[in-house]
Design a protein around this ligand. Structure first.
Ligand SMILES: Cc1cc2nc3c(=O)[nH]c(=O)nc-3n(C[C@H](O)[C@H](O)[C@H](O)COP(=O)(O)O)c2cc1C
Length: 405
């Protein structure tokens, strides 16, 4: 199946510095419809019918967050757009922000109306500072057209830590604190930013909103699989001839993305979802990309036959251990312990007992870690042990020392 452009509809078509070019593509028609014909409850109902789930990794139903925040008592509420994009191998939000900031702003305007928020923040990855001026100019142009009378949008530059993309750490960071995951409950929809009801959505999630309002929830609901509606934007990198950003209908087989579109050859495995993503071996390359199977943030890293899976997992875990905020012991100590064992394998010093230890740690971390970082960190370890155990065992037998590629 070819690509389907819903989120990326305007990328490469409009001039991101000229609102006039966005208005020519039906820009802000969804907002006009919402502000003149719909109540906030009707907007939430439309998003519910669409089946839209969050694109930041966890796949939480978008409407439910909005509904909970709307119903939470208080006048002061916040809508946050998560543009931190710190996941290894993810660069789709950067592409979206740089090519179509107006759709995002329209999505935020609608979200704020639905939730009842008068202040919104875009939390922008620090390394994307060069996009700051473009985004600020876009907000100014939208304000000048009178589309943002109900909400003020400000941009906060990220703190440069992967964990600050995690929603509770992100709120700490906006509040000026060191970004660390919070205990939940309370959830952000009741006590979020400055203890006020808050919704946090990924860039791509919010980009879908104007299209859902304009084309109708039933149009959106017909795209995708039973539990994964719409499209997904993927960032493809690694051993492919055509790395880049691709948008596909949810449920499309992984093969179509990495072989047909990105031109990967002699593939050994694909890591879907970034550093803590799932490892899909080549014999499962027809796995559909959906919330029911594998998805995450949309990072797709292709490893060809020359790659060593043990070393690839080692590098992923090194990153995660380095980025752990350290607040909870399972993640702080557990990721470090896994790295220590993986290092032994990379030096040709691993043993069968180490495999057992890896298995034990991998089953403990998801149950005991405070946030998604520690909960998901063992996924690549578990998958590599399931599909590539022979790579570990041959290192034990041959005392093989790994070359990190
Ligand atoms: C360590 C970690 C990093 C994360 N980084 C991001 C990120 O950069 N962008 C993002 O949208 N979500 C990220 N998330 C997920 C957020 O916590 C949250 O689920 C998401 O922003 C909610 O938006 P959505 O419902 O639209 O997906 C991260 C989660 C974890 C555990």
């Amino acid at each position: 199946m070819p690509q389907k452009r819903v989120v990326l509809k305007n990328c490469g078509i409009i001039d991101p510095r000229q609102i006039a070019t966005y208005l020519q593509q039906d820009g802000f028609k969804a907002w006009q419809k919402v502000s003149t014909e719909m109540t906030p409850e009707q907007v939430i109902e439309e998003v519910k019918t669409s089946g839209l789930r969050g694109r930041g990794g966890a796949g939480f139903p978008c409407w439910l967050k909005w509904d909970l925040a709307r119903k939470s008592p208080g006048i002061e509420k916040y809508v946050i757009c998560n543009a931190d994009e710190g996941e290894m191998g993810t660069f789709k939000d950067k592409y979206i922000l740089g090519n179509d900031p107006f759709s995002l702003i329209e999505g935020i305007a609608i979200a704020a109306y639905a939730v009842g928020a008068r202040q919104s923040f875009i939390y922008l990855r620090a390394e994307y500072h060069y996009l700051l001026d473009l985004l600020q100019q876009a907000i100014k142009q939208v304000e000048a057209k009178g589309f943002l009378k109900h909400v003020k949008i400000d941009i906060r530059l990220g703190a440069g830590a992967y964990v600050c993309g995690e929603e509770s750490a992100l709120m700490d960071s906006i509040e000026g604190k060191r970004g660390e995951a919070r205990y939940r409950p309370p959830f952000p929809t009741t006590e979020g930013l400055w203890q006020k009801p808050t919704t946090i959505n990924n860039v791509e999630t919010l980009m879908n909103i104007p299209q859902i309002i304009l084309n109708g929830a039933s149009w959106f609901n017909q795209i995708g699989t039973e539990r994964s509606k719409g499209t997904k934007v993927f960032s493809v990198s690694g051993d492919v001839a055509k790395p880049g950003v691709y948008e596909l209908v949810l449920g499309t087989p992984l093969r179509e993305l990495v072989v047909d579109l990105a031109a990967g050859e002699k593939i050994k495995a694909v890591q879907v979802g970034g550093s803590a993503g799932r490892i899909v071996p080549y014999d499962k390359i027809d796995t559909p990309l959906s919330f029911e199977t594998v998805l995450g943030s949309g990072a797709v890293i292709v490893l060809n036959e020359s790659r060593d899976i043990v070393n690839a997992v080692y590098k992923s875990l090194e990153f995660l251990a380095e980025e752990s905020c350290g607040k909870c012991a399972p993640c702080r100590e557990g990721t470090k312990a896994i790295v220590g064992i993986m290092e032994k394998f990379s030096k040709g010093e691993g043993s069968e007992r180490d495999i057992k230890l890896l298995e034990q740690l991998s089953s403990a971390l998801p149950l005991s870690s405070l946030c998604g970082l520690g909960q998901a960190a063992p996924f690549p370890v578990m998958d590599s042990l399931q599909y590539f155990k022979d790579s570990y065992q041959s290192r034990i037998k041959e005392k093989k020392v790994g070359v990190v590629k």
